[in-house]
Write a protein that binds this ligand. Sequence first.
Ligand SMILES: C[S@@+](CC[C@H](N)C(=O)[O-])C[C@H]1O[C@@H](n2cnc3c(N)ncnc32)[C@H](O)[C@@H]1O
Length: 236
Amino acid sequence: MPESEQVKSEIKRRPVRSFVRREGRATAAQKQAMQTLWPVYGFEPAACGELDFQALFGRDAPLILEIGYGDGEALVDTAALEPGVNFIGAEVYTPGIGHCLIRIEQQVLSNIRLCQADAIELLNKNIPDAALSEIRLFFPDPWPKKKHHKRRIVNDSFTQLISRKLKIGGRIHFATDWAPYAEWAMDVFEACPTLENMAGARQYTPRPDSRTLTKFERRGQRLGQASQDLIYRTIP
Ligand SMILES: C[S@@+](CC[C@H](N)C(=O)[O-])C[C@H]1O[C@@H](n2cnc3c(N)ncnc32)[C@H](O)[C@@H]1O
């Protein structure tokens, strides 16, 4: 096969991801946090295989995964409020991870571990089945253009994957301020036979006060974009 054809077929084989790798510019404090705090709170999924939570946290406790935690505002707030719960954060954006590490250190938290990874790969390769009490997916990239809808993280294979990784009765909490994505997610979640809408079929959940108002959501509010929450639990 000519080299150019090989490159094309390689590109075709790559999985469609819900993010585009962008390094962004980390501040000096974020870079410093990556050097000094990452060894304490970070883990490398590729080196771990299936995760041993007792080894990772030094204890067994209910486990919550937040996907795409951004600067870690919601993740760190709830970890501080729920010291009896173990939290894993999966994010790909380095400056956000640095920011989150600084927040963890400021709050002196021991119940959070972070990885720099595609959450889909983390779920597939590192999280054992029925390990999670909850998955949080707040303001995932909405990919508004039709040609990019295939990049939306919420799709049928996502609902099948999370149904396996959550315990029976475990929850997926999704929030977005992009109305077409809220409708899309509602359709996808409602079509999954192992997920049950906790607010009743095809109902949004009123915004829980416990969900931190992040910089990202505040920006949407300034633009007049209302947030919608969807919460489902797994059923047999
Ligand atoms: C729009 S931001 C929202 C950040 C945060 N949840 C908030 O509410 O402020 C979406 C984030 O998801 C991250 N992301 C997208 N796809 C991801 C994936 N497959 N795994 C981990 N993080 C992902 C992006 O890097 C980005 O930081």
